[in-house]
Every structure is written in structure tokens, then in C-alpha cells.
Design a protein around this ligand. Structure first.
Ligand code: TRP
Ligand code: ZN
Length: 880
């Protein structure tokens, strides 16, 4: 590892910038190898600053000249390094700096700053990419008004876009090149700057806002693909309307543009008025995109649009406050999708994601608070904890203060902080004020890492008709840190009588429990309910009202009872999951001692009843029939984990449930598999989802009839969702029908890279020993490239995070392979390399042989002389 350890940035060291930049004018001359940037800054001292030198951030920059108020700046008055420009004694009063730099966008493989994607030029500035374009105070609390003049070759880049509204465009007569000027009247931090230049097609539309303003909308895509942006455009207009009705938020510029690019490190970016997207979250057709892709597009389009108020109009003071915009905006996009689709199904899907990604993160060496207090590399903090747990914290707040008070708090936040770069404290203060509550303890959710645990013991006394609940809260300790304090959380609950009917929640003092929610805020609390006339069954944490783990006295009987009777659909699903998880954990233990899996006919019976219930939505049934994943079982086991045993237990359970479900599943499958023309709406998608889950059960034996059914499903498909279901089912059956299907798919989608991503990831997830060699071979396939993040995530990411038995091969070859890729990728794209490396985060929970192999692979990476701060940060924390 690099000898000079990277410094830590601490929230405690925050101080306001010594200088402010009120306005920025950028003149950018786009060229493939030497793009020239002329930046004009109006600078003044910050009354809250300390004075001294002006130190501007840079990253791999090359200065060509610098002028102070129009005059060349004397050489001894400044020092220009690639990573910093220091102006030693700047004037006391306001001054103008003209800074000329030159850069090579084609050589930029990190995809941060100004780079090329295909033939287009584009930018990514969050969090610290703007300093790769020009020297600047590249921190979110320095906000400026930007005017941007772009110039380019007309043939190469007929489309020139930047933030804000278009001002002027034309041709430079001397050179024949053309230009466009954009002006953004809203002061913004540099991370929201964006430009795009290229040969692109546009899907144009418009939106009339609630006050009657006409907004021109454009989605820019690769030539020939505009018709694949219709769904994204529809999602955008629905998002704009929803933000008006749900939060009273109107759009503010005259234009709103989205550009889809094929090389992008993350999902998308909320640049003011010019969102830039990973094209997988824009482009969709029934032939190339699955229902999951459509749902992803809808939520990411909404997410980036909603940032206009939660992120852009009100931004973060510093990067420690990242959850101020991300947690809140995820909460908003989740609510949008819940309103547009099925609320219970959306909640189930979100909790699945939380448990699959955030819970393991929170339980391992990369755990951090929703608002971290130190970081070495901010790129590594775009995590499930900041995003998903951050959203859960907002959801709890809403539950605790009520819908209306929550809305008043949001209104107050928008009114009070519009135009600010602010903090979590300022945000929470709005809700304290709106509710009249003291939220000091609630702030602990932002400061303490780890998933809280509630131990709930219940005691029913038939004679007095009283039910007593004893609730104990604990939070897993972080080594070397003080003991954690209990945090306030809303625990929604219900009490069911013997027939499954709800009993009223009346406390021992005769009062009715407000909103059916217990506020748990002590290490230990006791509640007594009265008037409980028959043996009760507890439905706890309804709707997953708190993002926690619970252990209770619920028996398997209780769970299966809840699975059929709970009025809360989330907890009906949850009861099945819990019961399956228990079975699986016991099965794994049994498999490792005497080789026998556990009996499960009662779970299968509950699933059969769920499948037969005509009152349930298809999508809900699909979720109920989807058993917990292998990572979830591993997390539950927590130590001495053997991924092979888990895999066998999950498979055995699937087979035996499948054998019981088969007759019924077959009939429903046939009914659902009838071909309708493809519609991407939630109800149609739900049918397809259930059909796919049933296909999984009907083919899990892997015998000849299974293969024939999977093949028929694959070949009979008239849309991508069905086709991928068929291919995934076939991929589990190792015979040459599978290989033929893979070859056929490759041919069919030879020029559709997003479709080939699915082809890569299904192959990388095959749970058999030959997969590692297959993945190595696929790296040489024309469909793969180490320069494209989507390709890497599809092939390598799928292998490391969706194929537990092969990544965790007992011989360590899976770890060594991923470690090698991390080393190779690091110099090219450190951000993506670091993300891949997080696959090792649970290595300490593995059984000893694998643990040793994983540690050796990690230390192998650490032995490299030069590593990026991104990779060395993850490595240091993972090994700590
Ligand atoms: N702010 C973006 C979002 O959540 C995240 C993002 C996009 C990002 N690109 C990035 C973060 C590059 C870090 C680096 O909507
Ligand atoms: Zn975001």
C-alpha cells in the first residue's frame, strides 16, 4: 500500500471557506485530446473566513495561464501544482481571476471530471470531479452563479448542453466551429456543474407546472434510440406532477434535460437542469428491458428529478451531510413509486434491498453512521447506509410525528433553507419545531452505526386478560468506541385474536395506543395491554416501521398463523420469510452435522395457501414465494459461515417446497404464461413476476422435463422479462440446451450492449465450479470491456456478489480472481475498483479455511506499491 497514508477528513474540523466565488464564467473549447478551459471567477473574502492565501483545489490539472483583474499574475505570487493552486497574497477586496487550463478528455478513464463516453463529451462532478476540470473551491458550501460557453466542431458535437437556460448559440465565422451559451441563475455548488457535447438524438416534450409555466423537456440519447426514451419521459412527467401534489414543489428553470451516456460510474446524477444518466436507467423497450429495468428507470428518473429541491435548491454544507440529500431523496422516490405502483409490494422490495445490502454493511468492518464523522475518501461513502438507511430514518421520523406534521416540517425546511448549504441539525430542527417534540435523542440515528436489536418477551394472563410486553433494545458495539445509547423508534404493532381478528390496543391505564405505534426509546420498557380476551398473536414492527432486527417468542405456529391472517401485508410476507429463515438456519446446522436438511411441509402449506388466495396481488404472491437469499441466511448465521452448506439448504428447501406446490403451481403458471402484448405497468409486471417465480419452482429439479419447460419459456418469450426468466432457469441446468440458449441470446442481441449485460451476469451467477473459468473466458469476449462500469458490474460484480458458492470457493480461487481484477482496474477506474472490493466485507464471518484465503487475497492487494485512495481506504477498513 502507498507509504504515505491518506489523511482523514473530520467533521469536527469543518470551518467556512476563507473565500467565496459569486460568479463563474466558463469558456470550454471541446476537443478530443486538448480541451481548453477558460474560467473567470469573481472572488471575495468570506466575512466568516480567516483570510490568508487563496488555495484552489485541482486534480491532475495543467495550468496554461492565470490573470488577476486582467493582468498576468506574477510567477512569484502563486504556485500551480496538478492538485492545488495557491495564490499567496490575494487582494483584500473583490477580484477577478482568469484561469486557463488544458486537459485530455479522451485519456480520462476514471469517468470523473470531463470525459468521453462513446463519441460524446460529458462530465461527472460529484463529489470532487469539478477540480479535474478547473482550479476551484470544490466544496458544496461555495455556491456560484454559472455562465457557460461551449464551443465544438459542428459535425462532431452538434448538441451542446449545460446547466440552466439556453441563452445564445451560433457559428464562429473564423473557424466554422459552433457555440452555445447557457446561464443558470440559481447559485450552485461546483458538484452540480455539467456539460454535454455530442451527436445525439432527442425526445422532446413539455410540462405545464402547477402555476402554469411551460417547461421544455428533452431526453438526449445515442442516435436512433429516441423511441426507447418514451417510458423515461413518461416517468419524468409523472415525477414532476407528483412533487407538486405530494410536496408542493414546482420546477424552476425553463428547460429540463436528461442525457443518457453508456459509460457512467453510478446510476445517474442530478446536475441542475441537466441530469446525466447511466443509459441503463433511460433506455427501455419490451424487447431489451425487463420489468425490473422499467421499475429502475422510474425510480431513478424520479430520484434525480426530486433532487432539484432536496439536493440542489437546498444542498449540503459538507460531504458529511451527504444523507441530507440522499436519504431524503431516496425516501421521496420510494414514496413516489409506492403511489404509482403497489405500496406493500414496494415496501417489501425496499426492505429486501435494505437487508441484502445495508444490514451486512452495518454488521461488518465497513459499518459507518448515516452521518459519518471521518472519511479518507468520500467516493466510498455513497453507500447503502447513507442512501437506504438514511431513507429509513426519515420514514421513522414521519411515522413518529404523523403525516401532517411531517409535511409541515418539510414545508418549513423548504421555506427556511431554500438556497442554503446546510446540515442534518438544521433539517431535524424543522421537524422539532413543527412537532413541538425534542428530537435530540432521535439525532442518535445519524451518529450511531449498527442495526439495533429488540428482544421482545410477551406474557399473557388469561385471568386478567392482560398482555405484558417486555422490550429490550441493544445496538451492536463498535470496537474502540463508547457504548451506544438507545435510540427512539416507532414500533407499529397489532394483536390478533384466535380467529386472526385485530384486537383493540388499549393500555393498562385505559388509553388507546396512539396510531398503533409504541415509541421505543429506552434500553428496557414494559407495556401492558388490557382487554385481551383470547390467546393473542403479536404482529410486530408492521410495515417494517423501524429498520431493526427483532427476536421474539413467536413460534413457528404463530408465524404461519400470521402468514395467513395478518392484516398488514408486509407482515404476512415477513412471517413467511422469518419462518423460512429459521428453517434454513436450522437446516444449515443440520447439514453440517449429519447431512440432513430440515422438514418443511408446514411452510409449503402456508405458501400453497398464499398462492391460492384470490385477494392477493400477483406481485405480492411472487414476493411471498421468493425465499430468503443466501446472503440473508449468511447474515443470520453470522459466524463460521459455510456458503456451500447455505446453498444446499436453500436448494433443498426450494425443491421440497416445489414438489408440494407443483400441481397447483403448474395450473397457475399455464394461466399466467398466456401471451398478452407487453405493458410495463405494475399489475402486468406482477403477473410476469409470479409466472417467473413459479417457473423457478417448476424447473428446480433440473431434470429433463425442467430443462424442456425452461427452454419452452425461453423460446416462447415475446418480451425481455420472460426471455430472461427462461434463460435464468436454463442457466441452473447444466446441459447443452443451456449453452445453445446462451449462444442464441448472444447472436440475437449482438449489438445491444445492455441486453448482453444480462447475458454476462446470468452466466457469472451459475453456481458451479466451472463458472470461474467461464468468467475468465467471458472477459475476452467482445461483449466485455474493463473500461465500462456496466460491463464490469455485470460480469465481475455478479460473480462476486450474486454467486456466493463460487466467489467463496473453498480453494480461494474466487477471492484471488476478484483481487486480481481490483488490482488491474484500480489505475483505470479506482471508484469502480473500490466498489468491487467491498464484496469482501463479510470475510471475518466465514469459516476458517475461507477466511484465511480471503485475508490472503486482501493482503495481496495491500502489497501493491501504489493504490488509489479509493481502494486503499476500503482495504484498510476491511482488514482493520
Ligand atoms: N448524486 C448521485 C445520486 O444519488 C450519485 C452519483 C452519481 C455519484 N454519480 C456519482 C456519486 C459519482 C459519486 C460519484 O443521484
Ligand atoms: Zn441521489
Amino acid at each position: 500500500m502507498s507509504s504515505e497514508e491518506t489523511r482523514e477528513v473530520r467533521i469536527a474540523d469543518y470551518r467556512p471557506s476563507d473565500f467565496l466565488i459569486d460568479s463563474v464564467t466558463l469558456e470550454i473549447n471541446l476537443a478530443d485530446h486538448d480541451t481548453r478551459i477558460h474560467s473567470t471567477l469573481l472572488v471575495r473574502r468570506n466575512p466568516q473566513g480567516r483570510g490568508g492565501a487563496l488555495v484552489l483545489d485541482g486534480d491532475e490539472l495543467q495550468l496554461t495561464s492565470i490573470l488577476l483583474d486582467g493582468q498576468p499574475l506574477a510567477k512569484d505570487r502563486y504556485e500551480a501544482l496538478p492538485e492545488q493552486l495557491t495564490f499567496f497574497s490575494p487582494p483584500e477586496g473583490p477580484f477577478r481571476l482568469d484561469i486557463h487550463t488544458v486537459l485530455d478528455p479522451t485519456a480520462n478513464t476514471k469517468l470523473m471530471g470531463l470525459y468521453r463516453s462513446g463519441s460524446a463529451y460529458c462530465t461527472q462532478c460529484e463529489p470532487e470531479g469539478f477540480r479535474r476540470i478547473t482550479y476551484f473551491l470544490d466544496r458544496p458550501d461555495v455556491m456560484s452563479v454559472y455562465t457557460v460557453r461551449l464551443e465544438a466542431d459542428q459535425e462532431e458535437a452538434p448538441v451542446l448542453l449545460a446547466n440552466g437556460n439556453p441563452v445564445e448559440s451560433g457559428v464562429v465565422s473564423a473557424t466554422g466551429r459552433h457555440f452555445a451559451v447557457w446561464h443558470d441563475p440559481f447559485p450552485k455548488p461546483s458538484y452540480l456543474f455539467a456539460l454535454v457535447g455530442g451527436r445525439l438524438d432527442v425526445l422532446a416534450d413539455e410540462f405545464i407546472t402547477m402555476s402554469g409555466r411551460r417547461i421544455a423537456l428533452g431526453i438526449y440519447v445515442e442516435p436512433g434510440k429516441a423511441e426507447r426514451a418514451y417510458y423515461a419521459m413518461d416517468a419524468l412527467k409523472r415525477s414532476m406532477r407528483w412533487d407538486e401534489t405530494a410536496f408542493g414543489r414546482e420546477y424552476d428553470l425553463d428547460v429540463f434535460n436528461i442525457v443518457a451516456v453508456s459509460d457512467f460510474n453510478m446510476g445517474a446524477m442530478e446536475n441542475k437542469g441537466l441530469n446525466i444518466f447511466n443509459d441503463k436507467y433511460v433506455l427501455a423497450s419490451s424487447e431489451t428491458a425487463t420489468d425490473a429495468d422499467y421499475a429502475g428507470i422510474e425510480s431513478v428518473i424520479a430520484h434525480e428529478y426530486f433532487h432539484n429541491w432536496t439536493g440542489n435548491r437546498i444542498t449540503c454544507r459538507d460531504w458529511f451531510q451527504l444523507c441530507l440529500k440522499e436519504g431524503l431523496t431516496v425516501f421521496r422516490d420510494q414514496e413516489f413509486s409506492s403511489d404509482e405502483r403497489s405500496r406493500p409490494v414496494k415496501r417489501i422490495a425496499d426492505v429486501r434491498t435494505l437487508r441484502a445490502h445495508q444490514f451486512p454493511e452495518d454488521a461488518g468492518p465497513l459499518a459507518h453512521p448515516v452521518r459519518p464523522e471521518t472519511y479518507r475518501e468520500i467516493n466510498n461513502f455513497y453507500t447503502a447506509t447513507i442512501y437506504e438507511k438514511g431513507a429509513e430514518v426519515i420514514r421513522m421520523l414521519k411515522r413518529m410525528i404523523g403525516d401532517q406534521t411531517f409535511r409541515s416540517g418539510m414545508d418549513l425546511y423548504f421555506e427556511r433553507h431554500d438556497g442554503d448549504a446546510t446540515t442534518i441539525e438544521a433539517f431535524i430542527a424543522c421537524f422539532a419545531e413543527a412537532s413541538g417534540l425534542d428530537l435530540t435523542e432521535f439525532m442518535l440515528w445519524y451518529a450511531q452505526a449498527g442495526t439495533p436489536h429488540l428482544k421482545i418477551v410477551d406474557h399473557y394472563d388469561h385471568a386478567s386478560q392482560q398482555l405484558r410486553l417486555e422490550i429490550k433494545q441493544s445496538i451492536p458495539p463498535t470496537p474502540g468506541q463508547p457504548a451506544k445509547k438507545p435510540m427512539p423508534m416507532p414500533l407499529a404493532l397489532g394483536i390478533l385474536d384466535e380467529d386472526g381478528k385485530e384486537m383493540p390496543l388499549v393500555l393498562s391505564d385505559g388509553s388507546r395506543l396512539p396510531n398503533d405505534v409504541l415509541i421505543i426509546d429506552q434500553q428496557q420498557q414494559t407495556y401492558v395491554f388490557q382487554g385481551i380476551t383470547s390467546q393473542p398473536t403479536l404482529s410486530l414492527n408492521r410495515g417494517f416501521s423501524a429498520p431493526i432486527r427483532i427476536s421474539s417468542d413467536l413460534t413457528d405456529d404463530d408465524l404461519l398463523f400470521l402468514a395467513q391472517h395478518d392484516q398488514d401485508p408486509f407482515n404476512r410476507w415477513e412471517a413467511i420469510q422469518k419462518s423460512a429463515l429459521r428453517l434454513l438456519v436450522n437446516s444449515v446446522a443440520a447439514l453440517r452435522s449429519d447431512g440432513q436438511a430440515f422438514p418443511n411441509d408446514r411452510l409449503a402449506e402456508a405458501l400453497r395457501a398464499t398462492l391460492a388466495d384470490p385477494t392477493l396481488e400477483h406481485a405480492f404472491i411472487a414476493q411471498a414465494l421468493t425465499l430468503p437469499g443466501e446472503t440473508e441466511v449468511a447474515l443470520e448465521i453470522g459466524q463460521d459461515v459455510d456458503p456451500d452448506a447455505i446453498h444446499h439448504a436453500v436448494n433443498a428447501l426450494k425443491r421440497s417446497v416445489g414438489s408440494i406446490l407443483k400441481p397447483q403451481a403448474n395450473g397457475i403458471y399455464l394461466k399466467l404464461a398466456t401471451k398478452e402484448s407487453f405493458q410495463p405497468d405494475a399489475a402486468s409486471a406482477g403477473k410476469r413476476a409470479l409466472c417467473g417465480v413459479l417457473l423457478g419452482y417448476l424447473t428446480c429439479d433440473g431434470d429433463d422435463p425442467s430443462a424442456r419447460l425452461a427452454e419452452a419459456h425461453y423460446h416462447g418469450a415475446t418480451n425481455m422479462t420472460d426471455r430472461i426468466q427462461g434463460l435464468a432457469a436454463l442457466s441452473r441446468i447444466s446441459d447443452d440446451r443451456r449453452e445453445k440458449a446462451f449462444a442464441g441470446f448472444k447472436q440475437r442481441y449482438a449489438t445491444e450492449v445492455l441486453a448482453l449485460d444480462k447475458w454476462l451476469s446470468i452466466q457469472a451467477a451459475i453456481p458451479e465450479t466451472a463458472t470461474l473459468d467461464r468468467v475468465r473466458r467471458l472477459m475476452d469476449d467482445s461483449a466485455f470491456s474493463l473500461n465500462n462500469p456496466n460491463r464490469i458490474r455485470s460480469l465481475i460484480g455478479s460473480f462476486s456478489s450474486a454467486n456466493p458458492t463460487q466467489f467463496h470457493r473453498a480453494d480461494g480461487a474466487g477471492y484471488r480472481f476478484v483481487a486480481e481484477i481490483v488490482e488491474t482496474l484500480d489505475p483505470l477506474n479506482p471508484q469502480v475498483a473500490a466498489r468491487l472490493l467491498t464484496a469482501f466485507r463479510s470475510w471475518r464471518t466465514l469459516e476458517s479455511e475461507r477466511r484465511n484465503h480471503a485475508e490472503a487475497a486482501l493482503r495481496q492487494i495491500g502489497a501493491k506499491k501504489t493504490l488509489s485512495t479509493d481502494v486503499s481506504d476500503i482495504l484498510l477498513r476491511t482488514l482493520a
